[in-house]
Write a protein that binds this ligand. Structure first.
Ligand code: ADP
Length: 506
């Protein structure tokens, strides 16, 4: 990303430069070599130059030696130069050099050596930090390149500036296809349209919605399909730049950690058990009501028969009959309470975003589905998606429908699961369709599908859809199913949106 090319090409020179231990030695060698060279040159050219400016020839040697080796070699060059000047004075000069000239050269020489040393230190510092930077960058690159999670870095305008190999795999884009593009190309609607606005609002207000937490949202691949993903966003900021890094895990990929799979399955099993228990209790209550009523009738009939018999045993039997009748009525009450609890009491309803519910449910239901070759797509066309709902229950419905869809596509060649939302009835309802390209439903079972214990699976109980219908009913909605024209089935449920609930309250 950030080019290390220029820095790395100068590596041999830099290692020489930074060869700390030998630096004074190299500097001394440079001092001797350069002073001797200048001496020989000046001696050879003594006919060309007149007597003046003798010292001037030697000043570059001091700078050179100090730049290579620091102040020590610089001072050595000053000393050597003084000696050479004295030799030259004897050999070629027609006049004597004054003491003042020597002192001036000495002072200027020391100053130049000091300057050379300062230059050397500054170069070492900048080279070292460039190297450290390059090393850190290489480490970061390795981490990002080998990471299992996709990592996408964007700038404050939302433009993608880095896209790791896992991101290429998850989204199906090559690096060169996305670099420089706005990150919203990885998002379906409504995120696609809203993202610029979110980013701008964050930059203006600093109000955090997703940064620092992780959330399940939907991502869009190059082929247009969408998938549930877990997104965590981090922020990096300095005075001159502002970056955001998104770490993304495709929840439909099998290579999930075993722990997460286990946790998800555990959660699913727990939810199903809870609902199945509720359903069983409710059905038992329904079934037991009739025999209980009959029992009470018979008991009261016997009571009437015993009324006119004047016998101590008959008297005791009458008392026992009264008690039997009371107990049967009590059993009826218990059952009625149980039914009421299952039907109503267990639910906790709050305003919830249907799209968030879908994403959470998809995160659980679609684990490993990519491995099965299932293409998923989430089309959110509903602009009003807030419902008053029991989150767990509605997600249970969605999970049931999605898992059934996956089951139905096990043996088909085309495997597409499409979840669509839209509003109807003046935004008063939200319609959620879970469509698949599976086996579809036989006409003889389609009517009975929502009844308990209707199943075509060897390991099925046939209770999922009846629970789903009950849950949707509790939420004042309806659920239905139809076969698609080009194969597969669509389960559709319709729930009132918050808008409608608000209207009916008022
Ligand atoms: P189970 O999954 O235990 O069988 P359900 O009540 O969830 O119980 O489903 C009942 C039956 O409905 C299933 O056995 C299956 O035959 C049928 N079914 C449900 N969803 C689909 C679907 N998407 N495509 C085809 N058949 C389905």
């Amino acid at each position: 990303m950030v080019g290390g090319q220029g820095v790395s090409s100068s590596k041999p020179f830099r290692s020489f430069w930074l060869a700390g231990r030998h630096r004074p030695l190299y500097g001394l060698m440079v001092a001797i070599a350069s002073v001797l060279t200048v001496f020989l040159l000046r001696y050879a050219l003594s006919d060309v130059f007149d007597d003046g400016a003798l010292f001037l020839f030697f000043t570059p040697t001091i700078l050179l030696a100090a730049m290579f080796g620091g102040i020590g070699p610089g001072l050595a060059a000053v000393g050597l130069s003084l000696i050479m000047v004295m030799v030259l004075e004897q050999l070629v000069l027609s006049r004597e050099i004054g003491l003042l000239d020597f002192i001036a050269f000495l002072s200027v020489g020391i100053a130049i050596a000091w300057l050379g040393e300062a230059f050397l230190r500054a170069s070492i510092a900048s080279t070292t930090s460039a190297e450290a930077l390059e090393e850190r960058e290489a480490q970061l690159r390795t981490i990002l390149e080998t990471a299992f999670d996709a990592a996408v870095v964007i700038n404050a305008e939302g433009v993608i500036i880095s896209f790791n190999p896992a991101a290429e795999r998850q989204f199906g884009y090559r690096l060169d296809e996305v670099l420089g593009r706005n990150v919203k190309c990885l998002m379906p609607e409504p995120y696609h349209s809203d993202h610029d606005h979110y980013l701008r609002r964050f930059l203006e207000t600093g109000e955090r919605r997703i940064i620092g937490t992780d959330r399940i949202v939907v991502g869009q691949k190059k082929d247009g399909s969408t998938f549930p993903m877990k997104l965590a966003v981090g922020e990096t900021k300095t005075e001159s730049w502002h970056y955001f890094t998104g770490f993304i895990r495709d929840l439909t990929e099998r290579e999930e950690s075993a722990a997460r799979l286990e946790q998800a399955h555990g959660e699913l099993a727990r939810l199903s058990r809870l609902n199945e228990m509720g359903e069983m209790a409710s059905m038992l209550a329904h079934e037991l009501n009739q025999p209980l009523a009959a029992t009470i009738n018979y008991v009261q009939g016997c009571r009437i028969l015993l009324r006119d018999i004047d016998n101590p045993n008959a008297e005791r039997a009458r008392a026992a009959m009264d008690e039997a009748s009371r107990q049967a009525l009590r059993a009826g009450d218990i059952i009625r309470h149980l039914r009421e609890y299952v039907v109503r009491g267990g639910t906790q309803k709050f305003p919830e975003s249907m799209h968030t519910l879908i994403e959470g449910a998809a995160g659980l239901a679609l684990l490993g589905s990519r491995d099965q070759g299932v293409r998923t797509e989430f089309r959110y066309m509903a602009s009003h998606d807030t419902v008053i709902a029991d989150r767990v229950q509605i997600q249970q419905v969605l999970i049931n429908l999605m898992r059934n869809a996956l089951d139905a596509m096990r043996d088909t060649t085309r495997r597409e699961l499409i979840v669509t939302t839209r509003n109807d009835g003046d935004m008063r309802n939200i319609v959620v369709d879970v469509a698949d390209t599976g086996t579809g439903i036989a006409p003889e079972t389609i009517e009975r599908l929502f009844q308990p214990f209707v199943t075509t699976k060897s390991n099925g109980i046939g209770i999922g859809l009846s629970i789903s219908r009950r849950i949707i009913g509790i939420h004042s909605g309806t659920i239905s199913v139809f076969n698609n024209q080009d194969g597969g089935a669509t389960f559709r449920f319709i729930l009132p949106t918050l808008q409608q609930m608000g209207d009916s309250d008022g």
